[in-house]
Design a protein around this ligand. Structure first.
Ligand code: ADP
Length: 428
């Protein structure tokens, strides 16, 4: 029976957290949506055998009420599955808007659990995200000066986490600085139980892994914690060296890179890969004019690439430079973000139908669209590719695959520059 239940607001976040939990000794299963936990199917069986379950939602940019409803359904399903402590996972760049969804979901989860307070810990030093004096840094830059300021869905124009969170929540927002964290577990626990903190959302500074371990230890008795995957560094599961699953695909099986992210790291990965892999950029005008024909064209291109050289998976990408971003949707037209997500999801389904057994997907929303369209119900964590990125294997039968499909769901800003070309070696 699982000990820990996590709710991730996007799919790359779910595999990011699951990868961390596996490394920390939790046999972990990612359930795609909470319905998977309810029935008596293969997902429910896998859940019973797991130490931790991560429910992958696509709620980061949904309307706040929908995000709350989906998160509460996930909480109920996790509780029914036996989980007693909970983790609300969001992005280490605190991707949200003044209306949510981090604050509304945290509030609703606390209310449903009958709890009044929790911590807010977006820091993930291994990926360059640190929080100091409540300000979020992305490597050497403040969040508001990082490329996140121009994210197509959640532009982050402030770096002060408490200031970002305040308009999103009904609770007071407090902060605890690094000096208290460095004073140790007991000092931090005391600070979190001081008057004013017991009914609040408290942003806690952390700039190094040891700070996350301290925060985990100090919050061990909280039924709900919230943060990026880094906070899981301080958790310890019952199965040290929990096995990663072997790949579903074999060397030479067809694959593709599908990149819907516009993030700086993904653009650098695209630039690197276009020198090495056959590639096509999505054509927004063609997609708007005739989506079916544009998708068919991309699929034909990918299949031709497989025949030409099975060792070099094609790259289909949305954004090469910030100039490719469409900021204003033409009157009456489908917004570019939806167009791209739908197109890459359709392409993924068609490619798997045509024999693809390995897909690297770049972008959180994009990954959500792809995994949902493929109809995958569970993901099991395989080889790690970078902090926060791993291969994950679907259950068998997805898209007609006898053994499942290997998916690497990469948050836009994660991964080294060569990940689109090097990732495949890890499936050997
Ligand atoms: P990340 O992990 O980098 O945030 P996401 O996939 O979550 O990546 O978000 C990127 C969003 O940008 C997606 O919704 C995608 O469809 C959208 N997008 C892709 N290309 C364009 C474009 N040319 N103009 C506007 N939005 C785009």
């Amino acid at each position: 029976m699982p000990l820990l239940g996590a709710i991730a607001d996007d799919f790359t976040g779910a595999t990011d957290l699951a990868t961390m939990l596996v490394a920390r000794g939790f046999r972990t299963v990612v359930a795609v949506g909470s319905e998977e936990l309810a029935d008596d199917g293969p997902a429910a069986r896998e859940v019973r055998a797991a130490d931790a379950v991560v429910v992958a939602l696509k709620s980061r940019t949904a309307p706040a009420d929908e995000a709350v409803e989906a998160s509460l359904a996930a909480l109920r399903a996790l509780t029914d599955a036996g989980c007693r402590s909970f983790y609300f996972k969001y992005c280490s760049t605190f991707d949200s808007t003044p209306s949510g969804n981090i604050g509304p979901v945290a509030d609703a989860l606390l209310d449903a659990l009958g709890e009044s307070a929790t911590v807010v810990v977006p820091a993930f030093p291994a990926t360059g995200r640190t929080v100091y004096k409540a300000r979020l840094f992305v490597h050497d830059e403040l969040l508001e000066e990082s490329p996140m300021r121009d994210h197509p869905l959640t532009p982050m124009r402030d770096s002060h986490v408490a200031r970002l969170l305040a308009p999103q929540t009904r609770r007071p927002v407090r902060t605890i600085g690094l000096d208290t964290v460095r004073a140790g577990v007991e000092a931090l626990r005391e600070a979190l139980t001081a008057p004013g903190f017991t009914d609040a959302l408290t942003v806690v500074d952390a700039t190094e892994d040891r700070d996350l371990r301290t925060i985990s230890a100090a919050t061990a008795s909280m039924r709900l914690v919230t943060g990026a995957a880094g906070l899981a560094l301080g958790l310890t599961g019952p199965h040290e060296g929990a096995a990663r699953v072997p790949a579903a695909s074999r060397a030479g099986d067809p694959g593709a890179v599908l990149a819907g992210s516009a993030s700086a790291a993904t653009r650098a990965q695209v630039a690197h890969a276009t020198g090495l892999l056959p590639h096509r950029k999505l054509d927004l005008a063609a997609l708007r004019a005739d989506p079916a024909a544009a998708v068919a064209d991309l699929v034909d291109f990918a299949r031709a690439c497989w025949h030409a050289d099975p060792e070099r998976p094609p790259l289909l990408y949305a954004v090469g430079s910030p100039d490719d971003l469409e900021h204003d949707t033409p009157e009456g037209a489908v917004p570019a973000a939806d167009l791209v997500e739908r197109a890459l999801a359709d392409v993924a389904v068609r490619l798997v139908g045509a024999g693809a057994r390995r897909l690297l997907v770049a972008g959180g929303e994009t990954s959500g669209a792809v995994v949902t369209a493929l109809g995958a119900r569970t993901l099991a964590i395989g080889a790690q590719l970078a902090p926060g990125v791993a291969w994950a294997r679907t259950e068998s039968g997805v898209g007609g695959s006898p053994d499942g499909v290997d998916l690497a769901l990469k948050s836009g800003n994660f991964g080294g520059t060569d990940i689109f070309t090097s990732a495949w070696d890890e499936l050997a």
